[in-house]
Design a protein around this ligand. Sequence first.
Ligand code: OOG
Ligand code: MG
Length: 277
Amino acid sequence: MSGETAASAGLDDRAEVEKLARVLDDAARTATLTDQLGDGLALADAYRVQARSIALRHARGERRAGYKLGFTSRAKMAQMGLHEVIWGRLTDAMIVADGGEAAAERFVHPRVEPEVCFLMGAPLEGTVTPLAAMQALAGVAPALEVIDSRYRDFRFSLADVVADNCSAAAIVVGPWSDPATVDVANLGLLLEIDGLPARIGSTAAILGHPVRSLVAAARLVAEAGERLEPGDLVMAGGATEAVALNPGSRVRLEAERLGSVGFRLGDRREEREEAEA
Ligand code: OOG
Ligand code: MG
């Protein structure tokens, strides 16, 4: 290392941010693993790398779809050994239709998490009350997130995972409910894989109330000079540990009062046979 630490000096060199963004973008685009970035990366620089990697996606035509929060439940924090709420960006290319299929080739070692997704009806930024956050909503839905770390062994530091856009890979959003009529504070969640229960939980596991994720999102994105915009999706974070998926798996989340959402991970063999036919 040089005399200065990355934490104090930051990645002064734009070229260095750009290089790391390209490495991670390539890894995500081609579904290949890459090495952890190492101890020298400061969290603020990791967010700069993330922003640049998303800019590369936008340059390829992907559109903004909103934000995701990470490590908003104890179960997720304990599973990954990291204890700070993080945020990443969603694009339209990550959206899989409810009841649809996601090609297995898109992922390296996918895991699925039961979540709640918010739909913004009005802008929201900075320090807001839970009530103001609720009033900015147009909808709330049961949702699944597929995370797929680009790092070997699904292991990373907080800065690593932030730079890697918080492992974001795909989301599946179920039917919208009116947040004025459904209280999302404490709703039972049942995650099924291939028809068998894989995890049970509650929306209360998400920071005690999922609206706190929305409040955190408004504050955190404002620190980066951004705001939640009407039409944005905001994924509140996994309510339970993430569960590893195999090709061909059928995933379904049943959420009390909100209904269900599901998708199938494509079967690599079928895809290969189709390609050969
Ligand atoms: C980081 C992403 C965390 C969540 O819902 O907590 C996340 C990871 O665990 O790979 O999406
Ligand atoms: Mg998640």
